[in-house]
Design a protein around this ligand. Structure first.
Ligand code: BG6
Length: 510
């Protein structure tokens, strides 16, 4: 009986379709780096495993260290075994890696690009077809412009009879001016339609669901505005520290690392108007509009609208952990923030007067990413005298991770003779509704880049708009002598962040 049930197609997974993808050669610059090991190559494996990768697919890794093709394949095999979402099937794994090549080279050395060009040509000649080409820049950011320019010098930005695209990792610039300069240099070589700037949050199923939730249901739109919404709280908390990433993180900080990109993109998804259609630019036009409606604070007002913090030693998961300044590779007098919170306002007809609170940090009490939409209280609560317990305004929480779903808190009558009210939750969970694990963000994004669909990638004017929001905060924090508030590792973050909240708002407990 159990077997018969297992053989039935699962109706809940209907619609998880495979999309046609043109044969593709993917070149990863920074192929021996952490991102490539942990995310990119395991994502390729899972695409292959699900049958989503094009039938003909080639992988080329480029990095500085010397390595034979076979050693690169062995490293990637190990990375997949360690980090893949699904346990690797040896046949799929071998097929994925059998053609993989490795090219050692310095990113500013023309010879490396000549080798890349001939490896790509070889693939085409052997197969007798012209593969689309994707150059994936997964290096330290200082190499982005160099690689793009060298690709141009080697005439690799176009290929007759096939598409060429470039995928650029974050961080895209370190402030407005440098992001503009990077855009200028990239667009000197590639056309905007070829450029795919990654923000991996946009590839998360739960983030894409924000649009589905808002624009495929009629019930939310009437309340989705300043008349009913009191405030919006967006949290991206992590319990981990900076690990071995001090070199990058100490130069970046929480504002650049998460707020400028991931969290403002979450805000854009919550705040945007319905797009007139789903082509990439229609969606991105709406996102740009809402980001441009955020009023960047004046530099002198930053202390009233932004709070930073740095983790001190503490206890996480029952284990003592060092403070940020004791982490290996961090400058001993570093003022880099590991926590940042902002109060933003979106100045348009839908949102005027509704505060958007954003907070993120390392070494907080737990990992959670969520968007909580707090509605206004009812105008008058008739049951107060009856001993109601904790009546709260409705709250709608879009849970991005680790729980994936949506909850709505409602007030309900406690069973019994009296009219007593307490909050209850109505919940939707991906796991129970779809009975399938969500793909990793990178799987979706790599596939979209191969298909040429830029909807979930950041356009140049969007990058500009995002940096404009955080630039004054960066500037103030860089120039001020104010000490950086400390918070114990494993805590809720610095108490100073409470001062950002207006009226009776409170940060949701982590
Ligand atoms: C990255 C940041 O972009 O996002 C990291 O550089 C952060 O510092 C990570 O840990 C969080 O991603 P996720 O998918 O685990 O929420």
């Amino acid at each position: 009986m159990a077997t018969a049930v297992a053989e039935q197609p699962n109706p809940l997974t209907e619609g998880l379709e495979r999309l046609p993808v043109h044969p593709t050669s993917l070149v990863i610059f920074g192929a021996t780096g952490d991102l490539s090991h942990r995310k990119l190559v395991p994502a390729l494996y899972n695409l292959a495993h699900d049958g989503s990768l094009p039938e003909r697919f080639n992988l080329i890794g480029v990095s500085r260290s010397e390595k034979a093709h076979e050693d690169y394949r062995a490293d990637m095999r190990e990375a997949i075994q360690k980090f893949s979402r699904t346990p690797p099937d040896p046949d799929v794994l071998e097929k994925l890696l059998e053609n993989a090549k490795y090219i050692p080279g310095l990113f500013d050395d023309d010879a490396a690009y000549a080798k890349v060009a001939s490896a790509l040509d070889e693939y085409d000649q052997e197969a007798g077809i012209v593969f689309n080409r994707i150059f994936y820049l997964s290096t330290a950011p200082e190499f982005f412009p160099v690689i793009v320019e060298k690709l141009g010098t080697a005439r690799l930005q176009h290929c007759e009879h096939a598409e060429t695209r470039v995928v650029i990792e974050k961080p895209f610039g370190r402030d407005l001016a440098s992001a503009r300069e990077l855009n200028r240099r990239v667009l000197e070589v590639f056309d905007e339609s070829q450029v795919f700037r990654i923000d991996h949050y946009l590839g998360k199923e739960t983030v894409q669901n924000i649009m589905a939730f808002r624009f495929a249901n009629t019930m939310f739109e009437p309340i989705w505005n300043r008349n009913t919404i009191d405030h919006v709280q967006i949290t991206a908390a992590e319990d981990i520290g900076i690990g071995t990433r001090a070199g990058y993180y100490d130069q970046a900080g929480a504002l650049r690392d998460l707020i400028q990109n991931h969290m403002l993109e979450l805000l854009a998804n919550v705040g945007m108007e319905p797009p007139a259609g789903f082509p990439a630019d229609k969606v991105r036009d709406e996102k740009v509009k809402v980001i441009e409606s955020i009023q960047p604070p004046r530099v002198e007002d930053v202390p009233k609208t932004a709070v930073r913090g740095q983790y001190a030693s503490g206890v996480v998961g029952g284990e003592p952990v060092p403070g940020y300044l004791e982490e290996k590779g961090v400058r001993e007098d570093s003022k880099t923030e590991t926590y940042a919170a902002l109060r933003l306002e979106v100045s348009n007809w839908r949102w005027a007067g509704v505060p958007f609170y954003l907070r993120t940090g390392k070494r907080l009490a737990r990992k959670v990413t969520e968007i909580a939409i707090q509605l206004k209280p009812v105008p008058y609560l008739a049951f107060q005298a009856q001993g109601s317990l904790g009546v709260q305004p409705n709250e709608l929480v879009l849970m991005v991770q680790p729980d994936e779903g949506v909850t709505v808190s409602l007030s309900a009558k406690i069973p019994g003779a009296r009219m007593r009210i307490r909050p209850v939750n109505m919940e939707f969970h991906y796991g129970t509704s779809f009975l399938s694990a969500s793909p990793e963000a990178y799987e979706r994004l790599i596939l979209d880049a191969m298909r040429g669909d830029a909807t979930l990638f950041t356009r140049n004017d969007e990058v500009d708009a995002l940096w404009r929001v955080v630039d004054p905060v960066l500037q103030y924090w860089q120039e001020t002598d104010d000490p950086v508030p400390q918070y114990p590792a494993g805590s809720q973050g610095p108490e100073e962040a409470n001062a950002l909240l207006r009226d009776a708002a409170q940060w949701r407990p982590l």
